[in-house]
Design a protein around this ligand. Sequence first.
Ligand SMILES: [Zn+2]
Length: 318
Amino acid sequence: MDVKEELVKLCHKIGNRIPTWTQGQGGNASLKENGKLWIKASGERLDSVAASRGLAVLDINGFLAEIQPSPSISDENQYSKAIAETKDPSYGTPSMETGFHAVLPRRVVLHFHSLAAILMGHVMEHQETKWKSWISTHTKKSQICPVPLICPGRKLMAAIGDLPRAEIYILKNHGVILHSDSEGILDQWQALEIQFCEAFGYKTLKALLESTHPWSDATAQVKEIHSKELKLYFPDAAVFKPQLNLHLAKNRSIGDPAILAERAERNLDEILCATVLLNLLEPKLQEISPELALEIRGMPLEKERIQKISRNSESGNK
Ligand SMILES: [Zn+2]
């Protein structure tokens, strides 16, 4: 299979699990081939990627060489510049999370905002003994690596680069990175999520993970409490906080069919649905700090994404 077709298939497989794996334009997948990194383009939904749309490609060695000389890991402008200068201009702009895709050496790297992974990040701190014993019977020690909450982009890339190589990185208050030579890692992860929910009593999430219609099942769960105060459990909620508050003020139920016709509204609806679900599943889940939320919103590539979604909202979205 052609690398583009293979990547599209992977993007759709992840992008169809809304909101349990992905919400809005979040998440990204990449494949390496002949020194090139093929990756979902920034601002694109995983489920709308096609071989002729929503993909980006960059030169891995060229990108890493531009990034390495800088001693400052907070230089986000240089990071954006390295992405812009090493991408193939006939394709889209690579995802802002391109950095860790490039720095991880194996062929398949999948990143998405898995609700189960966010809950794993919570239980590994709050039920440490039970988590350690459970995870040791379900994975090999070297297979899994927890990652503290780090600003996405260049800082996350630097952190992942410094950690021991693993197949599964659990990103606190963010999601998961799967890293393997084989696409089979995705099915393994799915099975692990279901076992996790069973062991730790997250029955509602387990049902959604096993459902063939997770979105309609999820919206049926959250309708009653859609006007709840917005919680910032993961980076995309921080990125789109003002838009989410405006969306909430419209006072429509999550999953309102009219929303499906408006892509920008639908992206926000999915982020909101995930937020409300997490609150329902784990009321004690810690939010990301206001300082980090501000830092995430201020990143150059995130500013582009915010402008893009705002433009879409204003134009009624095509
Ligand atoms: Zn992410």
